[in-house]
Design a protein. Structure first.
Length: 131
């Protein structure tokens, strides 16, 4: 049986325009606030057109030693130049960038998942040390 996870792609964001980039501190004290930024297209620009765009980015946290991850936030990017005048004639384009501040009490892994309307799901991870 196929699983959704079998179709999530990963790659080095420095050479792959679809892989999300996670930017945050590597460590923090227990109970400290962590500012997490995630984006797509930092090194290799991703198109942001009506026909080809990043639809959303999600952030999840997987605490060490726990079975389930915690969904931190989702941001949808819904303006891609669509207009009554036609594709790419609109006046607004939402950039694929998300920021969240979270309080962490345990070490674990941040997961950023992005969705390209043509090329599917992409994931990047970053380990965070708390303590």
């Amino acid at each position: 049986m196929e699983r959704l996870g079998d179709h999530v792609q990963t790659a080095d964001w420095k050479s792959e325009k679809h892989a999300p980039v996670i930017e945050c501190a590597d460590s923090l004290p227990a109970g400290g606030k962590l500012v997490i930024q995630a984006s797509v297209g930092k090194e290799v620009a991703h198109p942001n057109t009506t026909e080809h765009h990043i639809s959303w980015i999600q952030l999840h946290f997987q605490p060490e030693g726990e079975k389930f991850s915690q969904h931190l936030t989702t941001s949808e990017f819904v303006a891609h130049g669509a207009s009554a005048k036609g594709a790419n004639q609109g006046s607004a384009y939402t950039e694929p960038f998300i920021a969240a501040t979270v309080t962490l009490k345990a070490s674990g892994t941040i997961h950023a998942i992005s969705y390209c309307n043509i090329h599917g799901l992409w994931e990047s991870t970053k380990a965070i040390k708390v303590g």
